[in-house]
Design a protein around this ligand. Sequence first.
Ligand SMILES: [Zn+2]
Length: 206
Amino acid sequence: MLHAARSPAWLLVMLALVLAEWVWRRRVRGVGYDGRGALASLAVGAGHLLSGVLPALVLGGLFAAAARWAPVHWPVGDWRTWLAAFFAVELAYYVFHRASHEVRWLWTTHAVHHTPEEMTLLSSIRLGWTNLLSFGWVCYLPLVLAGFDPRLVFALLAFNLHYQFFLHTEAVGRLGPLEWVLTRHRITACTTGRMRRTWTATTVAC
Ligand SMILES: [Zn+2]
């Protein structure tokens, strides 16, 4: 999400879609819009960005150092590297997300993301501030040790997080056959007591 903060075009797209969702919820669906929840998500998201500066520097250095231990280095200019890395990042995200729900230490950070009472686009930026301490990033270290360039891993992870913005809404219904390939956010707020979990970010491969 740090990347998103540096991209005015992406922020404009987010703003336009949030406004469209606000209109859809209030005028079309008639269910209202949790304005206070949206403000809370914005505040938590801003804190996530600020608290993510130091971890980004620390993890950037750590992953660069880890890359030196890799026995092979897959060429960044080869599309096959990107394809393999895409699915590798998907798998790592699956492990990260599943562990974030099942390991209490990780859940303390991830739980913040599941506090909204409405599934809205803005709820996607309600992210914890203690990612460095949670050690969830360990899930991505094997990718670097397997020879994938850290910059490539971070880029695909950024894509992964940007994509997930679109999953956090009730405005998009079922996707038909596309759901055989693409994941769909099925997690409702934890306060409902019943969760249908989707662990992956973009595909249903895992
Ligand atoms: Zn989750």
